[in-house]
Design a protein around this ligand. Structure first.
Ligand code: NDP
Ligand code: MG
Ligand code: MG
Length: 340
């Protein structure tokens, strides 16, 4: 078993006299900045003027332009959208970095795929909470935390890993457990997980099930409940008790169907395709496509996004959720920060 670090394994002093600049105040940024502050860390926020700037000010944080924030900080945590990071880094972050600073990320994409190439005189590491920012904040206020991965890419000071652990503790993650990884492993597994299972695999499975029922003449509303709505209950059970915990709670009929039909649906050919998806991630083919798509202002992304929102499961779902106020409420609060 790989080592899991908790609060007791962390040297707080490596971060105690340092100033942290949190760049960005979105899903992750607001959570990191507020948690760090409440852990007694000297924190400033780096932003452009706009919505986030106003919000961070309202939350009582010291807000500066990105360049100003970087210039006064020892540790710079980059929490901008991954697609915008290379440009902001080149223009406003890199010019402000001094020898001995630490440059930190919450996802390894830009370092691993060389979209950001830091100078040789700074530490480069990763603290990646394995959950959306709003959960990082909420669990912290409840005395708990979201588990995190740390990784060290460049260790000039000799204490990069200790600072990474201290940072993870200050945002609450060492209450839940911190695992060490590499930028390569974090980036490739994160992309694979969201593409093959969590987001891509799941949405395609749900749509295929829904379409099969509707094409066979069943009511779309009933198909929606069976193939989408009930997922939450199943996932909660898996989260708490793994596959066995979920299977313990469902009927024996459902469990037998799981055993005999599951492997027919997600069969060897699906797994062979997953291996191809993984290969595209490992070779940089996926990254290249996504970088170019962004440079072209996302024509394909926007077109697919529009088509998807018009799919029958979405049209039916919007109507049904209107009739379920308890679902609606939850949505407004949580969906904002729910990114894989
Ligand atoms: P968000 O999209 O939620 O937030 C982006 C923030 O960056 C906003 O405050 C935005 O401010 C600001 N911003 C955007 N462009 C600029 C710019 N040019 N100059 C200054 N500020 C700018 O990002 P996330 O929190 O989702 O992602 C941040 C990082 O965390 C990424 O690396 C991501 O991979 C990683 N991560 C995210 C997770 C998540 O659940 N969301 C989970 C784990 C890691 P404005 O209001 O001005 O647009
Ligand atoms: Mg059923
Ligand atoms: Mg991701």
């Amino acid at each position: 078993m790989t080592k899991v670090y908790y609060n007791g394994d962390v040297n707080d002093y490596v971060l105690a006299n340092k100033k942290v600049a949190v760049i960005g105040y979105g899903s992750q940024g607001h959570a990191h900045a507020q948690n760090l502050r409440e852990s007694g860390i000297d924190v400033v926020v780096g932003l452009r003027e706009g919505k986030s700037w106003d919000q961070a000010k309202k939350d009582g944080l010291a807000v500066y332009t990105v360049r100003e924030a970087v210039e006064q900080a020892d540790v710079v945590m980059v929490l901008l959208p991954d697609e915008h990071q290379p440009k902001v880094y080149k223009e406003e972050i890199e010019p402000g970095l001094k020898p001995g600073n630490a440059l930190v990320f919450a996802h390894g994409f830009n370092i691993h795929f060389s979209q950001i190439v830091p100078p040789s005189y700074v530490d480069v590491f990763l603290v990646a909470p394995k959950g959306p920012g709003h959960l990082v904040r909420r669990t912290f206020t409840e005395g708990a935390g979201v588990p995190a991965l740390i990784a060290v890419e460049q260790d000039v000071s000799g204490s990069a890993k200790d600072v990474a652990l201290a940072y993870a503790k200050a945002i609450g993650s060492a209450r839940a457990g911190v695992l060490e990884t590499s930028f390569k492993e974090e980036t490739e597994t994160d992309l694979f997980g969201e593409q093959a299972v969590l987001c891509g695999g799941l949405t395609s499975l749900v749509k295929a099930g829904f379409e099969t029922l509707v094409e066979a003449g069943y009511q779309p509303e009933v198909a929606y409940f069976e193939c989408l709505h009930e997922l939450k209950l199943i996932v909660d059970l898996m989260y708490e008790g793994g596959l066995a915990g979920m299977r313990y709670s469902i009927s024996d009929t459902a469990q037998w169907g799981d055993f005999v039909s599951g492997p027919r649906v997600v069969n060897e050919s699906v797994k062979a395709e997953m291996k191809e998806v993984l290969k595209d991630i490992q070779t940089g083919k996926f990254a290249k496509g996504w970088i170019l798509e962004n440079q072209a202002n996302r024509p394909e992304f926007n077109a697919i996004n529009r088509q998807e929102s018009e799919h029958q499961i979405e049209v039916v779902g919007r109507k049904l959720r209107e009739m379920m106020p308890f679902v609606k409420q939850k949505q407004a609060k949580e969906v904002v920060g729910a990114r894989a």
